[in-house]
Design a protein around this ligand. Sequence first.
Ligand code: UDP
Ligand code: MG
Length: 334
Amino acid sequence: MTSQNDRQLISVVVPCYNEEEVIGETLSQLSRLCDTAPAYDFELVFVDDGSQDRTLHLLREAAAQDARVKVLSFARNFGHQIAVTAGIDAAKGDAVVLIDADLQDPPETVVEMIAKWREGYDVVYGTRTSRPGESRFKLMTARGFYRVLNGLSEVPIPLDTGDFRLMGRNVVEVLKAMPERDRFVRGMVSWVGFNQTALPYERAKRFAGTSKYPLRKMMRFATDGILSFSAKPLRFATTMGMVAAAFAMLGIVYVLVLRLFTSIWVEGWTAIMIALLFLGGVQLLCLGILGEYVGRTYSEVKKRPLYVVREKIGFEGSDKDPSSATEHGLSAAE
Ligand code: UDP
Ligand code: MG
């Protein structure tokens, strides 16, 4: 897995959308990063996510001058998470680092990530200790979102953690084998498992330009995160259905008692109430049952591997191919 001279290759994946104001500085800071870690080879994989400005032009110039710079250019804007995915697919490194183009994630932190990776961690994710220069609205919604997501998700997803992270080749191969289309990369990395550790860092202000995440994209991103990692919203219908059906039964008994033993009723009222309560309860319950099947279909179509094997011990001809898929699972045994 190492290059001929036994030096390890670190891939740095940078999604860029209309980043002409920052890209020059990003390029120079990243090449400085390469110089501060001379023990490693680097490739800088820039994914131009259909920029309409001079981003691609600037990246092309950089690639012509620096052999470490590689550029993937999308035919249109496909969105941040897809850009990150394409970068991961193209990266050849023994470790892959995801970093934003706007220098909010300080490149010097990558050196610490590499050190942790060398200690034996497979994923080193950056956790933001502070986020200067973000609007109150962004801070509040982000804070709320990560907590709700964690409460709903079936795998724990670390709080206040973006995509800024380093992943070992084993984790990358598993990610590449997850063919789901609505991709919430940070959650998918948590799902994979292996040894993951947090690295606290201070998130800087955007170096220049404006956020490429308008409210519409943020909502889409949050929905993808919750719906891809939790079936709880769907189960909600079942719970509601059961509660409603139980209340309907009580209601039916109540109106019958009124009708049979008291004089507090109006002509026709009992029959209407019974029909209303019964149908309401039954409908919600059926919706819930439908929801359960839809949920199962959803998890089938996501086609994630059923499990991920870290290591195989004592098997004949232990599998050396890191990406070999077994029947239902994925073997990432090295
Ligand atoms: N980005 C992208 N495609 C998009 C939106 C954003 O590739 O459709 C990139 C952007 O260039 C940046 C990263 O994703 O490198 C994060 O975006 P941004 O900094 O605008 O988000 P914020 O930090 O405001 O959440
Ligand atoms: Mg940013």
